[in-house]
Design a protein around this ligand. Structure first.
Ligand SMILES: NC(=O)c1ccc[n+]([C@@H]2O[C@H](COP(=O)([O-])OP(=O)(O)OC[C@H]3O[C@@H](n4cnc5c(N)ncnc54)[C@H](OP(=O)(O)O)[C@@H]3O)[C@@H](O)[C@H]2O)c1
Length: 268
């Protein structure tokens, strides 16, 4: 269980209403951290707040909701204003999947740039603003949920794989820079996970043996704090991803692109 005296008293979960973020919030509250739940649907956040307080929260743990689209230009500023009065010890940046494959040039430019804003711009701005506050107080943690898609560019998820690679490289650099400051940084590369967003696509089902439980991914991600810079969401995935780095680049890109085409049942 996560150490609330090290990563509390408040944790900000960006992308908290369901799936990995929801489970991270429940697990953090059970460990005694107060949590800020951030995502777009206010009614879902309010229901989750009630559920966490009733079912999970350790005595004294509080829950605050912030309904916000992380893909907007001012998202980081707005979120920082909402948590300005809180002693934030953990950022868990979870939002930002692309569960719908489509050729880059056939997507709307705003969709593509929205993914860049969510996965790159807002994630970076929050690491910067909240990371500074953690460094000043001498302790804290940053967890960024990335993906195996970070390892190579893949057809049909071009912007997604590029932004997930950015997240990994950013975390690796911050891990190096913050060594010795008391702030732990880790990027967690998830494989296929039975989140509601993923299940809504019906590409795979939750009982497929390759699909992970989001509660397990959340627990492994929190347990990875202090073991950065980047890990898979399970030991098996860490090993598998390490093996992929040894594959010649062109062969790797062709292989992962064949995988996304097969997954989505699409050409491109
Ligand atoms: N599921 C997988 O198979 C898989 C595989 C590899 C990596 N991952 C990584 O795991 C993370 C979570 O993925 P997921 O499958 O749960 O899907 P997701 O679409 O990223 O949703 C996760 C949470 O983020 C919120 N969210 C999404 N976009 C948002 C936005 N623009 N602004 C604010 N909140 C937003 C969602 O709530 P609202 O809709 O209420 O806003 C939800 O609570 C992602 O970073 C993804 O790259 C997932």
């Amino acid at each position: 269980m996560i150490d609330a005296s090290r990563y509390g008293p408040w944790a900000v979960i960006a992308g908290a209403s369901e799936g990995i973020g929801e489970h991270a919030a429940r697990q953090l509250a059970a460990a005694g951290c107060s949590v800020v739940l951030v995502s777009r649907r206010p009614e879902v956040l309010d229901a989750l707040r009630t559920s966490i307080l009733a079912d999970d929260a350790a005595p004294g743990a509080e829950v605050r909701c912030v309904a916000l689209d992380l893909a907007t230009d001012d998202a980081a500023d707005r979120l920082c204003a909402e948590v300005a009065d809180l002693d934030v010890g953990l950022l868990f940046y979870n939002a930002g999947a692309d569960v719908r494959g489509q050729v880059f040039l056939d997507r709307d430019a705003d969709e593509v740039l929205g993914m860049v804003r969510c996965n790159v711009v807002t994630a970076t701005a929050l690491c910067h603003a909240l990371g500074r506050r953690m460094r000043d107080r001498g302790r804290g943690g940053v967890v960024v949920m990335s993906s195996g898609a970070a390892i190579a560019g893949a057809a049909l998820i071009a912007t997604y794989s590029a932004t997930k690679a950015y997240q990994q490289i950013l975390c690796e650099a911050l891990w190096a820079e913050l060594d010795g400051t008391g702030v732990d940084v880790v990027c967690v590369l998830a494989g296929t996970t039975a989140t509601p967003a993923f299940l809504r696509t019906a590409v795979l089902t939750a009982d497929d043996p390759s699909v992970m439980d989001p509660a397990v991914v959340a627990a492994n991600a929190l347990a990875a704090l202090g073991h950065g810079p980047a890990v898979g969401a399970s030991d098996e995935l860490t090993q598998m991803f390490a093996g992929l780095y040894t594959v010649p680049r062109t062969m790797l890109i062709e292989g992962v692109s064949a995988g996304t085409r097969a997954n989505f049942g699409l050409d491109g």
